[in-house]
Design a protein. Structure first.
Length: 283
């Protein structure tokens, strides 16, 4: 498939966008996101696939697919699946997991804000806690709709602002670099009103439901240390403040307290990670 022509962005804006995307790619390639995805959130993929009502023969695009926690279950349903992501470093693990599961699918490097696919190409376009991290929400939503056939389904699963991961980003915000001009906070994709506005009247049968995923950690400190080691956004924030021991101590304490406040006070504790599951049909 080929690119559909789009208006060119001004050169300065294009350069800034490439620089921003390079930073995003490096962030998600840092740490060990594949391990986190497998150990903590793999179950979200099958939930999204079920909500998208994927059938054998459907042509499916998984946007910001990571290591394939939604792509692989979709392929196992008999769909023809393309798993796309800005960070192809994640594909090696994804391919291994697909092989182990007996799933066949295509892996394709792609920017969620400029997908390299023709209009009306897919029966289902989906994303499990992936497209939410594209910095320009309107562009990403436009692309989800553009590549989906009329009558096709769009399904997106995103952390809510009020839930555990949304609160993680709120806790890290004072220590993080400011968002670039025009970028929006990722957890806004977990706000129903925001997603309705993004899709507007281009979709019908819009449905949104808040659900939770139970995630175990033995303590707030265990959660903090795990994310410091494995989760790209947390790693990036700690790298930014690495030369300021006082800020490092403050963020260490804040993340441990966040975990304790959500039930991670003793071995065997679990935290409920809230997400918004949205489905709709393209007009």
């Amino acid at each position: 498939m080929t690119d559909t022509a789009r208006p060119a962005r001004p050169a300065a804006g294009a350069d800034a966008d490439r620089e921003l995307k390079a930073k995003h790619r490096a962030m998600w390639a840092s740490g060990d996101y594949p391990r986190l995805a497998s150990e903590k959130i793999w179950g979200l993929g099958p939930r999204l696939v079920a909500a998208a009502d994927i059938h054998p023969g459907d042509r499916v695009l998984d946007v910001a697919a990571g290591t394939g926690n939604a792509s692989i279950p979709a392929a196992l349903r008999g769909a023809t699946v393309i798993a796309s992501d800005l960070t192809p470093e994640l594909f090696e693990v994804g391919r291994r997991l697909a092989t182990e599961a007996g799933a066949e699918l295509e892996w394709r490097e792609a920017d969620a804000e400029a997908l390299p696919f023709d209009d009306d190409s897919f029966d289902v376009t989906m994303s499990a806690i992936g497209v939410m991290f594209a910095p320009h929400h309107g562009r990403a939503a436009d692309e989800l709709v553009r590549v989906t056939k009329p009558g096709g389904r769009v399904a997106v699963l995103s952390w809510t602002p009020e839930g555990f991961i949304g609160q993680l980003f709120k806790t890290m915000k004072p220590f993080a670099a400011p968002l670039p001009e025009g970028a929006q906070p990722a957890p806004l994709w977990g706000d129903e009103a925001h997603v309705r506005e993004l899709f507007g009247d281009r979709v019908t049968d819009f449905a949104a439901e808040r659900q939770t995923l139970e995630v175990p950690f033995d303590s707030g400190e265990a959660f903090r240390d795990y994310f410091k080691q494995h989760y790209g956004p947390t790693i990036a924030v700690f790298r930014r403040i690495a030369d300021d021991p006082e800020q490092v101590r403050a963020l260490d304490a804040a993340l441990a307290e966040l975990g304790r406040a959500h039930g991670l006070g003793e071995p065997g504790g679990t935290a409920d990670w809230e997400y918004l599951l949205v489905t709709a049909r393209v007009r």
